[in-house]
Design a protein around this ligand. Structure first.
Ligand SMILES: Nc1ncnc2c1ncn2[C@@H]1O[C@H](COP(=O)(O)OP(=O)(O)O)[C@@H](O)[C@H]1O
Ligand SMILES: [Mg+2]
Length: 355
């Protein structure tokens, strides 16, 4: 399958500082790909090199198989939306959306049809005559989206477009952006530092850390099979259990990790035991374990805290070796602080992590 967009060995330095190590990334046509990572990890730098606003120090960018590395931003066939809406304050909503089309010398009829269409798409038709200052933050961001969509770019780059909105509006706009992505059929590359936003929106997530790509995969890949400790820690809540492999295997021949004061069965394919002194880290998501009697658990401990989360309850456990685990628990079990409990789980719902 050929890619819509490809970064090949793309890199950026500012003097001695590395903003992006040499990076390869391919985005498929119509895909929603999110660049996720902490502040300073190189997300904006990568996006701006795709857009052409920042010139790479090395490597190249291809769109539809064509090298556009030296093509100016306005001629790459891409649209951009940023956190600051950057609407023209002295122009009406309608004129703001029409601006890019007029710059592209479209006919009156084409401009009218495209603007009306774009405003309808973001459900802002009745606001066409207003000025930006007469709109809420969320409405302004819709106009910024309409302005970008109006000329139907086949690639749309969005850099933290919902970052300035409050939580409730942000969640509403997330579902709007999903809908717009489907309706437009364009390729979206979306930047965010918010893991929930990335999990909700994306076909694939490109997780970035310290100027390089940490892991690329579907939201489920990253959640269920994080490749590194960083990936496990950045996406979702994670319990990291550290220990050494036991020299003897379990009853069914499975490898056993000695951690959290217990004998923990690992997936059969977790890998042959290395030097027995080597430390290993097992990722256990809070929703994997089931609470059982203390003597029946792989591990056991004392309930140190119970936190109500609305849809579920999180129980904080102090394990026998002094470590702490967080597990999700059905409210009907009414866990109480001070209770002793054991935990069991399906070993295949855990992941042995690389250092
Ligand atoms: N114009 C610039 N001059 C110098 N350093 C920069 C410039 N732009 C970005 N950087 C540096 O590059 C790194 C990555 O920045 P950026 O791509 O903006 O990260 P992110 O978008 O993930 O927060 C940061 O350390 C940042 O300080
Ligand atoms: Mg940024």
């Amino acid at each position: 399958m050929s890619s819509k967009l490809e970064a090949i060995g793309i890199a950026k330095r500012y003097g001695d500082a590395v903003a992006l190590e040499p990076t390869d990334l391919a985005v498929q046509a119509g895909e929603f790909l999110t660049l996720l990572g902490p502040s300073g990890s190189g997300k904006t730098t990568l996006l701006q090199m795709i857009s052409g606003l920042v010139a790479p120090s090395a490597g190249r960018i291809e769109i539809d198989g064509r090298d556009v590395t030296h093509v100016e931003p306005g001629k790459r066939g891409i649209g951009m939306v940023f956190q600051s809406y950057a609407l023209f304050p002295h122009m009406s909503v309608w004129d703001n959306v029409a601006y890019g089309l007029r710059m592209r010398r479209k006919s009156r009829e084409e401009v009218r049809a495209a603007v009306d269409d774009a405003l309808a798409m973001v459900r802002m038709s009745e606001f066409a005559r207003r000025f930006p200052k007469e709109l809420s933050g969320g409405q302004q961001q819709r106009i910024a989206l309409a302005r970008c969509f109006a000329y139907r770019p086949s690639v749309i780059l969005l850099d933290e477009p919902l970052g300035a909105l409050d939580k409730k509006l942000r969640e509403h706009m997330q579902s709007e952006i999903r809908r717009l992505h489907k309706e437009l059929g364009a390729t979206f590359v979306y930047v965010t530092h918010d893991q929930d936003e990335a999990l909700t929106l994306s076909d694939r997530i490109c997780l970035m850390n310290q100027a390089r790509i940490e892991q690329v995969g579907t939201p489920a890949d990253l959640y269920d099979r994080p490749a590194t400790r960083f990936a496990a820690g950045f996406i979702g809540h994670s319990n990291l259990l550290e220990g050494a492999l036991d020299e003897t295997r379990g009853a069914r021949g499975e490898p056993i990790l000695l951690a959290a004061g217990g004998r923990i069965p690992l997936p059969m394919n977790a890998g042959a035991p290395t030097a027995s002194a080597a430390r290993h880290t097992l990722l256990l998501r809070p929703e994997a374990p089931r609470l059982v009697e203390p003597q029946d658990g792989f591990v056991d401990g004392t309930i140190a805290d119970v936190v109500f989360f609305g849809s579920d309850t999180r129980v904080q456990l102090s394990m026998n070796d002094g470590s702490e685990l967080t597990v999700r628990c059905e409210r009907s079990l009414s866990p109480r602080i001070g209770d002793r409990v054991g935990l069991v789980w399906d070993p295949y719902r855990t992941t042995l992590l690389h250092a």
